[in-house]
Design a protein around this ligand. Structure first.
Ligand code: ZN
Length: 304
């Protein structure tokens, strides 16, 4: 259900859609503050609260929410939590901040992807009052949990993505920019629309590697200890996926059919390397149809 990363650093498994190891929230405590990295969807708020309690912590004591980015699986619960505890500061990249204060457009574009499942998957996405927002650009050093974190702007997966590095413990909270890796399985680059950018993603991976982190903490899912080979596998797999999608764009059929074929292609690849239980968590953390859409948009933007 949860785990320890180091002194004052831990995580809670949000058991998203009843599945273990799909979405994790990072927990940083110390120096009279309690910070959560990516509080997750509102549908998991009770699980988050219970997970904190098991560690002797309380949602009511949270002082900071550190968002890696504003995708719903990472950030949907933010406004609801701040609504309950209005002293909480929310750290978010400058490109994400306006959408946290006024989420209408974000909700509209997410609804295009998730349709009628929006509420069942994510629950409420309440706005965050502007006075609670701490806007980041990357390059800052922030004090939280009795330690300091370096903030880096790490786009590629999302244009509003940042990563947080604690040099004392060597732990880097990297959201989705270091990919999805569940139980040591395939290092999957999550590529949903609309911001995927291969070049930016590659530079972001280099920025993270330059920290020489001892541990990468992935939202999907948990700690990874061999940062360099992990990031290499991520970029290789990103190239492979991008190649599959580029080829598919030249093939006959509708986008739906192309997306379907791509999903089958990568599922075959996964089945060679992973168990069905692992696969089920991957499917929930990074739905294959969305991966095609994000990369197709990237290629079409480039050729437009
Ligand atoms: Zn994301």
């Amino acid at each position: 259900m949860s785990g320890v990363l180091g002194a004052g650093l831990s995580w809670v498994d949000l058991l998203f859609r009843g599945r273990p190891r799909a979405i994790a929230t990072g927990v940083i405590s110390g120096g009279g503050t309690l910070a959560l990295v990516d509080p997750g969807p509102t549908t998991c708020l009770e699980t988050l609260d219970l997970g904190l309690q098991k560690q002797g912590l309380r949602l009511a004591d949270v002082t900071h929410l550190l968002l890696t980015h504003i995708h719903l699986d990472h950030a949907a619960a933010t406004g609801t939590i701040v609504g309950r505890y209005p002293r909480i500061k929310v750290l978010v990249h400058e490109r994400g901040a306006p959408h946290m204060a006024h989420p209408e457009k974000l909700i509209e574009s997410a609804t295009r992807l998730y349709g009628e499942n929006m509420d069942r998957l994510w629950g409420e996405f309440a706005p965050v009052p502007e006075e609670n927002l701490v806007v980041l650009r990357g390059g800052e050093r922030i004090e939280v949990g009795g330690r300091s974190f370096d903030v880096a702007y790490t786009p590629g997966h999302a244009s509003h993505h940042v990563s947080y590095f604690d040099s004392m413990s060597g732990v880097a909270f990297v959201g989705d920019v270091a990919g999805v890796c569940i139980d040591g399985g395939y290092v999957l680059p999550p590529t949903p629309p609309p911001d995927i950018d291969l070049e930016l993603w590659t530079s972001s991976a280099a920025r993270i590697e330059a920290w020489s982190p001892r541990t990468l903490f992935l939202t999907h899912f948990g700690p990874v200890n061999d940062a360099r080979p992990h990031l290499q596998a991520l970029l290789e797999n990103l190239k492979t996926f991008a190649g599959f999608v580029r080829t598919s764009l030249a093939e006959a059929g509708t986008d739906e059919e192309r997306g379907q074929r791509f999903a089958e292609q990568i599922m075959r690849e996964f089945r060679r390397q992973m168990t069905e239980a692992q696969l089920a968590s991957y499917r929930i953390a990074a739905p294959p149809e969305l991966l095609w859409l994000g990369l197709a948009r990237y290629w079409r933007k480039r050729s437009a």
